[in-house]
Design a protein around this ligand. Structure first.
Ligand code: IVH
Length: 673
């Protein structure tokens, strides 16, 4: 049955009115109608839609909270990577940043910056297609995030449809989702009154809320979002300055931060810093500093990027917040690689709104350096996400205090402790005999940036290892329903979910798999470089230390750790078992499949103008070349930048091929680098 034209018109009117008032209320904090009037409009639209279900469109304001809970989150590849920022901790650091920018821009002109609060929340990307919100994703590792559209739709300050006109047909907007402090404290007060467990801090709660599988739960927590940049832009253009883009986003109904200011030069940034520090206690969100961005996009483009951070923006951090409390005890934890780490147990104390009970002490040398005794009053500090640490002793307990002693044996398995000559770290010699190491290795394997096996967290791993059901990560995939259900407090439904999550985690990516192995010194970014360089696991397993050092970021120490890891029989067996269980990934498109510079050795000398030598080295390696620091008869090509000296002379003497920077750039360009 067709919808009468007047009903259709009224529904459209109501939607526009509701979107408009929503924007005034949630984004601009300037409501024009009372809650009762708003509710009436909303009810009228709901009634019309109930009578004429054909009217319901996904972008209708009545459709924020969607249907059934999700099974899990899909992966989303970011078409434009979501970068992070380099940090500045002082006026000097910002001045250095400006000096570097000036040099690159080759200009003495004043640089205008947009200064913005750096919100301590969760970075989220919103994709609008023809003005309709079609996808929302987390940042993830910057190249791949998770599809959290269902949850983000419940955030009332995020428009389901953009207002006005003139927006590009595909527009990706980025910003920070956070839990407003008043709503967070109100929620905790209500939980406390009901005798329930409260949440530790707004940032982690916001992150957890965005990863709820049931959007109805997300809708109950009053998250909001500030938009601060754009990613993908297609089918349209944006203004030429960052500050103007922020204005445009605001006009399209997106919530932008009113505290933003355009300032001149590093001195202007300093003024903003002081203002923001003053304002901080009155803001309804947590910030850990400010973000300084070159306002002019043409300049941003000329400044370009380093691997993971832009050269046109920097985060200036506030000093870490400190507090004084008593050191009650020092306990020793065993990490994934057997490292024994002392942990301070503290009398609970509030720092920056969070209760701190533990702090890291790194190693015994640190304890000696601090002159710590149990019973001392200590100053601790917390900066953003960083684990709190003990900075110094505020008042020593003197003879009343108890010295801190390293245990005689591993606190977990009782194995002997050992210390390499050139290391400060003491390690348990138990290897996989040691339950703590096994647990940590398995927990790491399942963690979010590794195989991301939902439900397999610290507690479950602890139970599984204690019960003897799992010894290595590979054993996870052999778990049965009966085994899982035999664990304490494990219902059949959760067990079923865990088995399903294990199954779906088998389809992974090579970088995640390499990271998941938990090779000492191989973090997420090194794992990605290894995957890119070798293209598959087999050549990586076979690589010797020399081959490994051709990978960007891999020096002799890391290369040796990787080689040793793959040579160990128990690791090889675990990897074989994982593969046999069906853990697999799609082939990694190596940047250049046929390695056009294979078997060639290149030497870079002098200063390059367009990129650092490290960047050039990484790109040459992507093309398959070896890059060496010294010129010899075996050198294929020498690239001579500005003021190249003795290496260039030697190359000339040997009659080697010499290229200038322009030729190098041309080579990169011709291979899409
Ligand atoms: S701009 C390349 N602006 O800080 C530009 N980021 O370390 C990167 N953040 O992941 C982002 N407030 O989660 C930008 N006003 C702001 C921000 C902001 C918070 C977070 C964001 C990002 C991290 C960068």
């Amino acid at each position: 049955m067709a919808v009468p034209a007047d009903v259709e018109r009224r529904a459209a009117e109501l939607r526009d009115a509701i979107n408009h008032h929503n924007h005034l209320y949630h984004s601009l904090d300037a409501p024009a109608v009372s809650d009762a009037e708003f509710d009436q409009l909303f009810r009228e639209l709901k009634d019309l839609e109930a009578d004429h279900p054909q009217l319901v469109t996904p972008d209708s304001p009545t459709q924020r909270v969607g249907g059934a809970p999700l099974e899990g989150f899909e992966q989303v590849a970011h078409e434009v990577p979501m970068l992070s920022l380099d940090n500045a901790f002082s006026t000097d650091d910002v001045e250095d940043f400006e000096r570097r920018a000036r040099q690159r821009l080759d200009s003495g002109d004043v640089i205008e910056y947009t200064c913005e609060p750096k919100i301590d929340g969760v970075a989220v990307s919103l994709l609008y297609e023809d003005g309709v919100l079609t996808r929302a994703a987390t940042r993830g590792d910057g190249s791949t995030g998770e599809n959290i559209t269902m949850n983000v739709r419940t955030i009332e300050s995020v428009p389901l449809r953009l207002l006005g006109s003139g927006y590009p047909s595909r527009l990706e907007v980025r910003g920070e989702v956070y839990f407003p402090l008043d709503a967070f404290h109100a929620m905790n007060a209500a939980l406390e009154a009901a005798g329930e467990k409260t949440f530790a801090n707004p940032r982690n709660t916001a992150a957890g809320t965005l990863r709820q599988l049931d959007p109805r739960l997300t809708a109950k927590r009053k998250l909001t979002m500030f938009c601060y940049s754009v990613g993908l832009v297609e089918g349209g253009t944006l203004p030429g300055r960052h500050s103007e883009v922020l204005d445009a986003l605001g006009e399209w109904g997106l919530r932008t931060n009113p505290v933003v200011e355009v300032v001149e030069g590093a001195a202007g940034c300093d003024g903003y810093y002081n203002k923001l520090l003053d304002l901080r206690p009155r803001l309804n969100y947590e910030i850990d500093g400010l973000v300084i961005k070159v306002d002019d996009f043409a300049r941003q483009q000329r400044l370009g990027f380093l691997t993971r951070t832009p050269r046109w923006a920097i985060a200036r951090k506030f000093p870490a917040e400190q507090a004084t409390t008593r050191l009650d005890d020092v306990e020793f934890q065993v990490g994934r690689t057997g490292a024994i780490t002392p942990v301070a147990r503290l009398a609970p104390v509030q720092v920056a709104g969070v209760t701190i009970r533990n702090a890291t002490l790194h190693n015994m040398d640190e304890i000696a350096r601090l002159g710590l005794r149990i019973g001392d009053d200590v100053v601790i500090q917390r900066a953003g996400d960083v684990i709190p640490k003990v900075v110094r002793v505020a008042r020593s307990a003197g003879d009343q205090g108890q010295p801190v002693a390293l245990p005689e044996a591993c606190p977990d398995c009782g194995s002997e402790l050992m210390k390499a000559e050139d290391e400060v770290i003491v390690r348990c010699s138990g290897g996989l005999v040691c339950g703590a190491q096994r647990k940590e290795a398995i927990r790491h394997f399942a963690s979010r940036l590794a195989l991301d096996i939902e439900g397999v967290g610290e507690k479950l791993v602890e139970q599984l290892v204690e019960a003897g059901l799992v010894e290595t990560a590979a054993d996870l995939f052999a778990l049965t329903m009966e085994e899982l259900c035999s664990l304490e407090r494990m219902a059949e439904k959760s067990a079923g979910n865990i088995l399903a999550n294990l199954e779906s985690s088998k389809a992974t990516t090579l970088p995640r798999f390499i990271f998941a192995l938990g090779i000492s010194e191989v973090g997420e970014s090194t794992a990605r470089n290894l995957a890119q360089y070798f293209g598959d696991l087999a050549p990586l397993r076979d690589a010797d230390a020399e081959a490994l050092q051709q990978v960007p970021d891999v020096g002799p120490i890391v290369a040796e750790k990787i080689e040793t890891f793959f040579r160990q029989a128990n690791n090889a067996a675990t990897i074989d078992a994982l593969l046999a269980h069906g853990v697999a990934w799609e082939a990694v498109g190596q940047a250049v499949p046929h390695d056009p510079l294979a078997d060639q050795t290149w030497v870079l000398t002098g200063t390059l103008a367009a990129m650092s030598r490290d960047e050039a080295k990484a790109k040459l390696q992507q093309l398959g070349a070896k890059v060496s620091g010294s010129v010899s008869r075996k050198t294929t090509v020498v690239v001579a930048g500005d003021s190249a000296g003795s290496k260039l002379m030697k190359a000339q003497g040997l009659g080697l091929e010499i290229k200038d920077e322009a030729a190098l750039l041309e080579l990169f360009e011709s291979h899409g680098l």
